[in-house]
Design a protein around this ligand. Sequence first.
Ligand SMILES: [Zn+2]
Ligand SMILES: [Zn+2]
Length: 146
Amino acid sequence: MSHEGIRFISAEEAALAAAQENNRPPANAVTPLKVRVKKSEGSGVEIDWRDGHKSSWDFRWLRDACPCATCNAERETTGRAPGESKPKSKDPFALYQAPPRPDEVTPVGKYALSFKWNDGHQSGIYSWTYLRSVCQCPVCTAPRSI
Ligand SMILES: [Zn+2]
Ligand SMILES: [Zn+2]
């Protein structure tokens, strides 16, 4: 008998998976108190959460973290993390691309923001839960000890 193909997961992995299944983030952590979209400055989005946490992202990051199905699939095949820039095109004839910024930012119900980007893309719905999960502050981006 061979154990080939069977993968044993460690207790830590199992605990982590269970926590991800059961521990939905507390409501306060995914409810924004204040949302500032710095569209005219072209800088990005800042959110103050009800639990006191603060998050901010620049527009390029948000564009590269678009959570729509197409961008998700594209990131999966290229192994990019949300917000990670695409590798620069080596094509000398590639058109200059203006830095990403939204032409329009619209609230979606009470749970999300939708961006109409200057490259025409607009299918991503950035829910509060998603945004909180990709918070870029030093605390949230600190490497986790395993
Ligand atoms: Zn997208
Ligand atoms: Zn954070």
